[in-house]
Design a protein around this ligand. Sequence first.
Ligand code: 1GP
Length: 244
Amino acid sequence: MKVKEYLKNKLSQGAVHITLIDPSRQLPEAAGRLAQTAQEVGSDLVLIGSSTSASQRTLMETVEAIKEKATIPVIFLPAGAESISFNLDALLFLSMLNSRNAGFISKSHAGIALILKRLGMETISVGYILVEPGMKIGELGEAELVSRDNFWQAIGYALTAEFMGMDYVYLEAGNGAAQPIPAGMIRAVKREISIPLIVGGGIRTAVDARRVRQAGADIVITGTVIENAGYRERLRSILSALKE
Ligand code: 1GP
């Protein structure tokens, strides 16, 4: 089954949770164990991503280790066109709509598009909107960050993604952000769009997860939460808040 179809089915049953694993932060075997735990507590997909591009070898070994331990789909968020792994289930074809640099909007995509086609890789198009604080990805992506109280601008970018025919809108506060995207912004954006809304960055607790879900997030992405001791229980409580 295509990942897009899998996501559609999952979304028809409720909220979807994605576990972000950064291949540069642990050995492949450890990444495999994280994915296994994520699946056991109910996460729906693994997203491999990093703000710095992982080596081809690290990426391939990480995907392989994850595939050995988990059966949920493994998708990839490339930092550039440098590395790709064949056994990925799909690739998030992300356009950073509020970047000042054309490379992050469409130019590096143009450099990899034909390769993806030849590989037969499924692509999922996402309008990626960086909101303050944006963290490292906002900096590297040269984003003109949407300020946390500028709901109109967030709506404008989100509708741009929809009108351009993208599959999803993704509001990102940044990996390691101190707080999630404000609930008011999620609510305002959700009210206007008719494509599913992904929210990520700064979601650490069940309270955060419940708040973003109730505000209208269809898909919630967490990363940092699995990088610390006791992550199984923390992830489990996030999952139960999302799926309740
Ligand atoms: C995914 O970048 C986020 O959208 C992950 O952020 O590490 O803060 O959960 P955290």
